[in-house]
Design a protein around this ligand. Structure first.
Ligand code: CA
Length: 222
């Protein structure tokens, strides 16, 4: 989620990260960002501080009060030490000063997401499954398996939320954002889940996925 009121920058960041296979949404005010944060969950928020209707710090206050788990990187033109300290104190994960190169922003985002996934070296390992987060490559029992982009996103999301019941709606939002009507996606989800499960099993992986009738899915935690 990109919260930035400078239109050119907002569009550049969105185009750059979308081109990299990420699902991006953007807002240009505090209020529109709050409206989305109440309803949806994001992996990472890029947060401008100087917004027309207030300071981005309010977003950090909100996330903290609701114990939400979004990672936040502040993108700000202000380079004052006070702002940095305030942002980090309020729970931001990182701080980058404008102007910056998009490649640097991407590196910071990747680092924050790796930390969130509990990986320091860019590899995420869960039992027999290993994921190279940078190369987006997956092995099961040391055997490389080929996943589509959606299957890959799904696998990461399941591992990050293992042991929890994931509703079909939450999964659809994660995979497609809030742009389209969710109900059109439920059939696709079923197909993606079926294919992902088959690919894991074909590589002699364990059967982690269970379907919870009428609700969604669960990825076994052990
Ligand atoms: Ca601004």
């Amino acid at each position: 989620m990109i919260i930035e009121d400078e239109r050119g920058l907002r569009e550049n960041i969105t185009t750059y990260f979308t081109g990299d296979g990420n699902i991006c949404e953007s807002c240009n005010t505090l209020q529109s960002a709050m409206d989305k944060l109440v309803m949806y969950e994001y992996d990472c928020i890029l947060l401008d501080i100087g917004l027309q209707d207030g300071e981005g710090f309010a977003i950090l206050d909100y996330l903290k009060s609701k114990k939400k788990s979004e990672s936040v990187i502040i993108i700000s033109a202000r380079n004052s030490l006070d702002d940095r300290i305030k942002g980090l104190d309020l729970g931001a994960d990182d701080y980058i000063t404008k102007p910056f190169h998009l490649a640097e922003l991407k590196a910071r985002v990747m680092a924050v997401l790796r930390r969130k996934m509990g990986s320091s070296n860019g590899m995420l390992t869960f039992n027999e499954i290993s994921i190279d987060l940078q190369g987006r490559a997956v092995t099961v029992n040391d055997q490389h398996i080929i996943l589509t982009r959606k299957e890959y996103e799904m696998l990461l999301y399941f591992i990050a939320n293992k042991g929890k019941v994931i509703s079909k709606t939450a999964l659809a939002e994660h995979l497609w954002g809030d742009e389209m009507d969710m109900h059109n996606h439920f059939d696709f989800i079923y197909t993606h889940i079926k294919n992902l499960r088959r690919k894991l099993l074909d590589a002699n992986g364990r059967d982690y996925l269970t379907s919870i009738y009428g609700i969604g899915y669960k990825f076994k935690a052990e």
